[in-house]
Design a protein around this ligand. Structure first.
Ligand SMILES: [Zn+2]
Length: 303
């Protein structure tokens, strides 16, 4: 799992790598093989295979991934995601825009906002959108105790369930801040998949609707998970044209869970000499981002 992070953010890892020659060698290997879009939990031997006499073990299928920055899909499918709401005014405007364009999106809601406006979550679900957990108060998980993280997740899960009648199945950690170990225990305790992103327009810096739109349209690839925030007026203003441009390019919008369900195994690849250029894109987001899915990764091999 460590190697995923190293491979995902090679430019930001120079300092880290300089102290770990083995990690460097391994990460270079991964870089040569392409980018990683999903991570799997460690493959624990099942009791069945342990008991079987040597030589008769049946290889188990790869376990499902627990963490996604993008999904390897066959068609032009993408998932639009909106974080940090619901916002009384802006989320309702956005729902109108989405309805007009017949687009389904995924909302990663803050628990305390969800508790204040359960009717917005209800409307979103009624109109075909998905709700995910984005913590109760938006802290950086990687710096927190397990007990504190658990409280943030549980309270939000409770608020979402109270609003829409069921728990979400997706979690997006605020700032993308989460350790590999946290991903694993959160997945086994809550059953959540951890959803990051591969397209980041940095809309929280409020660069203006045109720049938000241009960044999204430029970075989006089949299987992309697009990050944005339904608490910034400029983001909402950017959406009608963003949706038009993406649809004009043939992209089709699905929820994150639908995108994951469309995921195909990565074809095996020979090591190659070049790594994809988007790694160094100025718009690339923090450590968790991966380059767009244009360069299929060699499957979910990371332990
Ligand atoms: Zn957020």
């Amino acid at each position: 799992m460590l190697l995923c992070y190293v491979a995902i953010s090679p430019l930001k890892s120079q300092h880290f790598l300089s102290h770990r020659p083995l990690a460097l060698a391994a990460s270079l290997f991964l870089l040569l093989r392409g980018s990683v879009t999903a991570q799997t939990p460690p493959a624990a031997p099942s009791p069945e295979t342990q008991k079987r006499p040597a030589g008769t073990a049946i290889p188990a299928p790869a376990p499902p991934a627990i963490s996604y920055s993008a999904v390897h899909v066959d068609g032009p499918y993408i998932a639009m995601t909106f974080d940090d709401g619901p916002s009384e005014k802006l989320t309702l405007q956005l729902l109108d825009i989405l309805a007009a364009d017949h687009i389904h999106a995924t909302f990663f809601v803050i628990g305390q906002n969800a508790e204040r406006a359960p009717e917005i979550l209800q409307r979103a679900v009624r109109e075909g959108h998905e709700i995910g957990n984005h913590s109760w108060s938006h802290p950086a998980f990687a710096k927190m105790s397990d007990a504190a993280v658990r409280r943030e997740i549980q309270k939000t899960d409770d608020a979402i369930r109270a609003a829409i009648g069921h728990s979400p199945v997706l979690l997006r950690p605020p700032y993308g801040s989460i350790t590999i170990r946290q991903k694993q225990w959160i997945h086994s305790e809550f059953g959540y998949r951890i959803i990051l992103w591969d397209v980041d327009p940095l809309d929280w810096k409020r660069p203006g609707p045109t720049i938000v739109m241009n960044r999204i349209v430029r970075q989006t690839r089949p299987g992309s998970i697009i990050l944005s925030h339904d608490i910034h007026p400029g983001t909402i203003k950017a959406m009608p044209e963003t949706f038009d441009q993406l649809q004009a390019r043939g992209f089709k919008f699905v929820t994150v869970s639908e995108l994951i369900a469309m995921g195909k195994p990565m074809p095996p690849q020979e090591p190659r000499a070049e790594s994809p250029s988007p790694v160094s894109s100025p718009a690339a987001s923090p450590a968790m981002s991966v380059p767009p899915a244009a360069s299929p990764a060699p499957s979910l091999t990371s332990p």
